[in-house]
Design a protein around this ligand. Structure first.
Ligand SMILES: Nc1ncnc2c1ncn2[C@@H]1O[C@H](COP(=O)(O)OP(=O)(O)OP(=O)(O)O)[C@@H](O)[C@H]1O
Ligand SMILES: [Mg+2]
Length: 259
């Protein structure tokens, strides 16, 4: 199972849209077996995949009450099917904020590798695991980044964005001491067709020093409409420009991961 996290310290930058689209396309268009992990207490991706329950089990139990840390849950107990045959999910809800606090207060060495340990049990059952992260580098997201091999970081035009991805790069560099496999790849999102936006994209790709996806994701109101309906974008509109762009990103990703 190849584990990919979608993370940026910026809010509202397209993390969930990206992870939902990639998970959907890998599963329903490429017929890969996909597991989604919701690493955000907002539970947005759980909502899109119809698995959100404010009091339900999911990521909190995986991190706090798994058999590997003396609890009673196996990973498979926490996996739910979605409305899509190739996609399963471990959902999240507001309790994930308490999970962060509980892990933070524990002094045990495994507090940051709990997710990695829990996923070993199902590593043969899925081809890809796509993790939607919250924007804080909390204990939950650190657990995800220490299990993952790739962080996809959405970026859009703007100076603060540039600083944010640099900060994320530094954090990833620190985490690489524990997880040497981890690398980061930027994805330009919400790109508009004006000079500033195009210049920014060019700079990110050629001079920023970041490994970037070649394909930028264009801005379109269709993405907003899909979010408003809590729908997965490529299912809501299979061939809108944003879906077309994500499809090209998935092709880039598959080429990179599978050669
Ligand atoms: N390419 C795009 N064009 C236009 N709007 C977009 C695009 N991608 C995402 N959006 C919109 O931007 C908003 C934020 O997107 P999204 O929820 O994916 O961001 P996020 O980074 O996951 O946010 P949060 O930090 O709250 O988790 C949503 O309304 C979404 O529909
Ligand atoms: Mg989100």
């Amino acid at each position: 199972m190849r584990i990919i996290a979608v993370m940026s310290p910026k809010g509202g930058i397209g993390k969930t849209t990206t992870s939902d689209a990639i998970a959907y396309m890998l599963g329903e268009e490429q017929e890969k077996r996909v597991l989604i992990l919701d690493g955000d207490p907002q539970g947005d991706t759980s909502k899109t995949f119809e698995a959100y329950e404010p009091e339900g089990t999911g990521m909190s139990e995986l991190l706090e009450r798994h058999v590997s840390v003396g609890g009673s849950y196996r990973t498979t107990d926490l996996i739910r099917p979605t409305q899509y045959s190739h996609i399963d999910i471990i959902p999240a809800n507001g309790y994930l904020m308490q999970t962060d606090m509980k892990l933070l207060l524990k002094q045990e060495a495994n507090q940051v590798t709990r997710l990695r340990d829990a996923l070993e049990e199902i590593s043969e059952a899925y081809d890809y695991c796509i993790c939607d992260c919250g924007r804080l580098l909390d204990m939950v997201v650190i657990n995800i980044l220490l299990a993952a091999e790739l962080v996809i970081a959405p970026v859009k035009v703007g100076g603060y964005e540039n600083e944010a991805i640099h900060n994320l790069q530094e954090q990833v560099d620190d985490l690489r001491e524990i997880n040497p496999e981890l690398r980061i790849k930027g994805l330009v999102t919400m790109r508009q067709k004006n000079k500033t936006s195009l210049d920014f994209e060019e700079w990110m790709k050629t001079s920023s020093g970041f490994d970037m996806f070649v394909t930028p994701i264009r801005r379109s109101i269709v993405a907003e409409k899909a979010s408003m309906r809590m729908a997965v974008l490529p299912q809501f509109s299979k061939n809108c420009i944003v879906s077309q762009d994500y499809r090209n990103v998935v092709h880039e990703l598959l080429k990179e991961m599978e050669g």
